[in-house]
Design a protein around this ligand. Structure first.
Ligand code: Z5A
Length: 214
């Protein structure tokens, strides 16, 4: 059980609210990292292992009774504990890069800022069951109304997507507050621009970050 947080330079995470464009940007970043030839694992949260993907199904399902805020938080961290142990840590140990669509910052934004969860408890869970922090986090920032309009164009909403607009306003504020508190790790990208421009900005930040590591 980890009790401290270790920054992992080869762990890169992508964060953002609804419809920020993470899926598209992920493909661009994947190309950028793959070109280095160091090995790359692309993954996502909640999910990233067979068991964690099952937990994702429980979390996003709209048919059973809604989880309490504590259940939601603990399931997110249960999935993450499995994800780190089975997917992320082994990849980093063999020198590969890991690109994750969301990671612990999402729990601070959704379960902390938006759901009103105890941030001290989240930090405790992060230290005890995660133990690692990304070297770089790209935050795609978009006003809530713009992001929701994009996301809702895609069809049926999952349980969390069905939240009200003020919930997503708090998610956005939570992310921006984390980015302001850790400027060395976060790069905030204006995701209101055309998707090609957003992907190009993300690539440029990643290249710049990698150059700084060399
Ligand atoms: N969650 C949590 O609560 N706590 C946690 O700890 C973790 C997660 C890890 C699942 O995550 C849910 O879990 C998520 C947070 C919560 N819930 N919500 N809501 P997810 O990442 O799998 O799901 P998501 O956030 O719903 O992803 P998303 O909406 O698919 O976001 P996206 O990947 O950023 O969007 P996209 O698919 O790239 O784009 C959406 C649409 O907009 C698509 O049609 C695009 O073509 C369009 N788009 C995107 N960018 C643009 C631009 N720039 N211009 C025009 N159109 C655009």
């Amino acid at each position: 059980m980890a009790m401290t947080l270790a920054t992992q330079p080869r762990l890169v995470t992508l964060e953002g609210g609804e419809g920020a464009g993470k899926s598209t940007v992920l493909a661009a970043l994947r190309e950028e990292i793959a070109a280095r030839g160091d090995g790359l694992v692309c993954t996502r949260e909640p999910g990233g292992t067979p068991l964690a993907e099952q937990i994702r199904g429980l979390l996003l399902d709209t048919h059973h009774e809604p989880p309490t805020a504590d259940t939601e938080l603990l399931l997110m961290f249960a999935a993450r504990a499995q994800h780190v142990a089975e997917t992320i840590a082994p990849a980093l140990a063999r020198g590969a890069w890991v690109l994750s669509d969301r990671f612990t910052d999402a729990s601070y934004a959704y379960q902390g800022a938006a759901r009103g969860g105890d941030v001290g408890f989240i930090a405790d869970l992060e230290r005890r069951v995660v133990g690692i922090v990304p070297g770089l986090t790209l935050l795609l920032d978009v006003p809530v109304d713009v992001g929701l309009q994009r996301a809702r164009g895609r069809g049926a909403a999952d349980r969390i997507e069905g939240e009200r607009e003020d919930f997503f306003e708090r998610v956005r504020e939570g992310y921006l507050a984390r980015a302001a508190a850790e400027p060395h790790r976060f790069r905030v990208i204006d995701a209101t621009r055309p998707i090609e421009a957003v992907a190009a900005a993300a690539r440029a930040h990643l290249r710049d970050y990698m150059a700084g590591l060399a």
